[in-house]
Design a protein around this ligand. Structure first.
Ligand code: NAD
Ligand code: DAU
Length: 339
């Protein structure tokens, strides 16, 4: 039996990971700590909310007093930190909260993990900490030894957190691991990010805003494959190590958007080229060799099967994303947290 703290468990990847862990380890206790910012949505966890091994707590990872009290009471064995401000565009218009949550919040969790001697602190990081790769060098990939070179306030805040996590290992001996994953997609993805935004807008026959010329490349991984990677890393990964997570599924943004339009039977005339994201990273591409060879991880989905499943999920779960677009989803959070 282990008690696992999952922070940010009401967000996209965190909610998938909460479900994954409850299914895979029926003897574990899972505590989901989430501030329920605009990106947190308890409707994503409806089917497990009454599981006796699951508990939701509303709170801020950067609130030191609250976090220390929680760690003292709950005595976690494992901490997995997903909680973050995660949207690059929002970090361009308002960087401050990214520093507060992603850097200060991580440091508070590290201090509490040190004080209450957790057996593993895992930081969910991102491939964006490496910066970007040129479009004309398909032979280049991010490895764990690629220097950190972040471009946006979001990725700079995530890189800062990674440095802190390493420092707490080196200086205090905190048993940490870090995963750096490429772009995720799948169920419960907030419709501000490329794939769910394009699916929801196409279904409503709205224009699809493609930044710049649409030639930027992202390396897509189904969220379930990210969950299985983190599971392996927290149980079998070597303390102090970084593991890159990715499945070699590079696509230009335009390819992704056209795939979605084709699957939905919508015309390409919906595409609208709009002004580029400032500092827009050109290409991400992960070399997952360390995770595969050391821990035996293998991605289950390739992009072609994964995107079809995902589009079907958005068609079958219209209520979920329509409630977000209308703002209704916050009423469910309020109802749930007031009972
Ligand atoms: P998300 O924005 O969907 O979810 C973030 C969650 O954190 C939300 O539920 C939000 O309410 C919560 N949160 C925010 N501030 C908080 C605070 N101060 N205290 C407690 N909870 C707080 O993000 P996501 O896409 O699920 O990403 C989760 C993690 O994975 C992030 O750390 C992100 O950097 C990392 N990551 C994401 C991707 C991706 O493609 N989405 C890829 C690699 C890594
Ligand atoms: O690589 C991992 C990262 O992936 C995570 O760390 C981030 O949390 C996550 O948000 C994601 O960052 P991106 O910036 O790559 O994702 P986003 O969905 O915002 O954009 C994907 C690409 O699509 C990017 O090149 C910008 C482009 N784009 C995005 C939006 C929202 C558009 O062309 N139009 C859009 O409307």
């Amino acid at each position: 039996m282990k008690k696992v703290l999952i922070t940010g468990g009401a967000g996209f990847i965190g909610s998938n990971f909460v479900r994954y862990m409850l299914n895979r380890y029926p003897e574990y206790k899972i505590v989901n700590l989430d501030l329920l910012t605009y990106a947190g949505n308890l409707e994503s966890l409806k089917e497990i909310e009454n599981n006796p091994n699951y508990k939701f707590i509303k709170g801020d990872i950067a609130d030191r007093e609250f976090i220390f009290k929680l760690f003292e009471e709950e005595k976690f064995d494992i901490v997995v930190n997903f909680a973050a401000e995660s949207h690059v565009d929002r970090s361009v218009t308002g960087p401050g909260i990214f520093i507060q949550t992603n850097v200060v919040g991580t440091q508070v969790l590290l201090d509490a993990s040190k004080e209450f001697k957790v057996e593993r602190y895992h930081q969910v990081s991102t491939d964006e900490v490496y910066g970007d790769l040129p479009l004309d060098r398909p032979d280049l990939f991010f490895t764990e030894s690629t220097p950190l070179n972040p471009s946006s306030p979001y990725s700079a805040s995530k890189a800062s957190a990674d440095f802190l996590v390493h420092a707490y290992h080196r200086t205090f001996g905190l048993p940490i691991t870090i995963s750096r994953c490429s772009n995720n997609y799948g169920p419960y993805h907030f419709p501000e990010k490329l794939i769910p935004l394009m699916i929801s807008r196409a279904l409503n026959d709205e224009s699809l805003p493609v930044y710049g010329n649409g030639e930027n490349v992202r390396d897509w991984l189904h969220v379930e494959d990210h969950c299985s990677a983190i599971d392996l890393i927290i149980h079998k990964g070597r303390v102090g190590e970084v593991y890159n997570v990715g499945g070699h599924n590079e696509r230009t943004n335009l390819e992704v958007v056209k795939t979605i339009l084709k699957a939905l039977g919508k015309p390409e005339s919906l595409i609208s080229y709009v002004i580029d994201r400032p500092g827009h990273d050109l290409r991400y591409a992960i070399d997952p060799d360390k995770l595969e060879s050391e821990l035996g991880w293998k991605a289950k989905y390739n992009f072609d099967t994964g995107i079809d499943m995902t589009i079907k999920w958005y068609l079958d779960n219209r209520d979920w994303w329509e409630n977000i677009l209308s703002g209704e989803y916050k009423k469910y959070d309020e109802k749930y947290t007031n009972v």
